[in-house]
Structure formats: C-alpha cells, structure tokens
Design a protein around this ligand. Sequence first.
Ligand SMILES: NC(=O)c1ccc[n+]([C@@H]2O[C@H](COP(=O)([O-])OP(=O)(O)OC[C@H]3O[C@@H](n4cnc5c(N)ncnc54)[C@H](O)[C@@H]3O)[C@@H](O)[C@H]2O)c1
Length: 346
Amino acid sequence: MAKLGVGVLGVGRMGRCHAENVRSRVPEAKLVAVADVDVEAARRLAADLEIEHSYASIEELVERKDVDAVVIASPSRFHLANVQAAAAAGKHIFCEKPLALTIDGIDEAIEAARRAKVLLQVGFMRRYDPAYAEACKRIEAGEIGTPIIFRSIGRDRQPPPLSFYQSGSGALFLDSTIHEFDLARWLMHDEVAEVHAFGGTLACPELVQFGELDAGMVNLRFSHGAIGNVESFRQSRYGYDIYTEVVGSKATLRVGYLRQTALTVLSGEGVSHDVVDHFLMRFAEAYLNQLRDFLRSVLRGSEPSVTGEDARQALAIALAAARSQRDSRTVLVAEEARADTVHSAS
Ligand SMILES: NC(=O)c1ccc[n+]([C@@H]2O[C@H](COP(=O)([O-])OP(=O)(O)OC[C@H]3O[C@@H](n4cnc5c(N)ncnc54)[C@H](O)[C@@H]3O)[C@@H](O)[C@H]2O)c1
C-alpha cells in the first residue's frame, strides 16, 4: 500500500518531534518535506532526517502533490492562516494547539476543513498518554461513580525560550493551561460552564515585556455542578510536573509521576531519584500515539478522535480564564464565546 505523504510546518521543539516520529516511527507514512520561515533550520532538519525537501513557506509545502497531510507546528498566531492554506490545497491537517486564538478563528478553521473535505485534528496529546487514556476508560466504565472534583497542575521546569514568545506563542491560559481545560472536559464528561482565574508574572520578570503570565490558577464550575481547579506555572525549577486528580462519588483517580526512571538511590544523605525534565520526555509516547491515530484516521477516512469542536470548547474556557484574570471577576464560558463573536463582528 502507498504510504501517506506528510509535510511538517515549523521545525522548532514540537515540529522536530513530529517530523522525527513521521520519519521513523509511523510505518503508514512517509515524511516528504519540512518547512519553516527559518529555511536554514528547515534545511538542517531535512539533512538530519535524510529527506530531500525543505521549504520556507507553507505555500511551497502544500504545492507538492505527494503531500497528503500537513502537521502544523508553527507559532500559535499563524495556525489559522496555516490551516486555511493547507485546507485550500486539499491537505489533511494535524494542528498543534491552540487551533486559533479566537473563537471566530476556530470557526473559520473548522469551516475551511469542512469545505475542503479534509480531516482536522488538534494536538491535545495528553488524551493519548497511556495513564490518561486508562483513567478516561475507567471513568467511562463508571468505576469512580459520578465525577465530582477535577484538579490538575501543569508546571514546567523552566519557561520556554524568549523566542517562543517573540514568535507569537506562549499566552499562559491559551497555550499551556489549555491542556488542563481539555482534560477537564474530557475526563469529567461535562462542559466547563464558569471560571474564576487569578494569575501574575511572579517568577519570570523577563516575561513582563510580553505582557505574559507565568503563574495561573483557575477555579472551574462544570455545567452539571461538579467543581475543579487547575494550576499552571512556568518555573517549578525541580522538573516538569503534570498531575491530575478526578475525585468521584465512589473512587478517586490520580494521574502523574515525577520520577522518570525506575532508579532510586538510598544513601546516608537520604533518598533520591531523577525527575521528569520536559514535556518532550513525559509525553513522548503520547505524541507518537497521537500522530499514528491521526494518520490512521486519514487512511481509514474516519473522523479524528480530537476535533475542531474540542479545540473550540477548550479555547472558550481559556479565553474566559484570560478575561476573568484581567477583569478580576467570574466569567461564564458561554458569555466569552459570544463576546468573541460580537467583538469581531463590530
Ligand atoms: N502539544 C504540546 O505539548 C505542545 C508543546 C509545545 C508547543 N506546542 C505548540 O506548538 C507550536 C510550536 O511551538 P514550539 O514550542 O515548537 O515553538 P518553537 O518556537 O520552538 O518553534 C516554532 C518554529 O516555527 C517557525 N516559524 C515561525 N513563524 C513561522 C511561520 N509563519 N510559518 C512556519 N514556521 C514558522 C520558527 O522559525 C520555529 O522554528 C505552538 O503553537 C505551541 O503552542 C505544543
């Protein structure tokens, strides 16, 4: 069977990971080309992965007839335009989160894919992590009873490089906490109705110039009455710490671990072990599973598991959190989604 031709756009931290996975770990796919506005970086990655083609733009990438699907890992502010370009060329699309930065933008992205009859999947990879996937299965099977409380924390060891912010990614709630918001909907099998967020630039003064937060705390109320709380922090210093808890009426599930390898050192100085360092390490398996699932959906012609609608709901929560933090008030998620539409129509 002919392999699916894949092109990767944006060859930074995520793009490289996706390109490496397509190149050597997805038997159904062939990495045809990579592209990046930094064409030297694209050339270097192409050379590293021993592929022939590298380009400076998505337009050149999607012009290729042997590219069936595009993986978009450019900075967040370009996602919408990139999705539209890929859809217009009839390419299936995997796009990193957030799919766009506004609700209208998400709707335009979904519409572009619908019109072109191409698949659109969004990068909420935690759903593909074995522990999270197992937790979801058990919740669906009723093992914990009715989910009552959702708690999740996401702490990076260090903030992303400043270039990440300079190029148009990095808004805390939209780019980072959005993973917890997606988990909240997915694991609680409910929509978040209301949020109250706090945040600040408390540990990383270098982020002040971008007007970005480094710490955020968001209280959630779900539409059926369950409650939750999520935390994001850019600089734990001790490691990449992702931890989620779902408390149910019958049992509680905890997902997350700090230790990367199964080695513990016990000595006169105490007990020590290593710590997960980075998202590329913690979620390596999830990134691969996610890509495989997307490409298999393309091959089967089936609906993707994580849809544009999922991206829309998670973004609405993130925008509501951002507004709540700015205005120092509780915000209804529905109100925020409507506000976005009204705002951009005026
Ligand atoms: N799912 C996850 O766990 C996860 C983790 C990190 C980042 N991300 C997302 O992936 C995206 C990329 O993040 P990153 O950490 O790889 O960023 P990065 O800064 O490391 O890389 C971005 C790359 O895009 C290139 N670029 C800039 N403008 C471009 C354009 N217009 N077209 C094409 N390429 C362009 C840059 O030259 C750079 O090589 C962001 O949207 C981010 O939110 C997702």
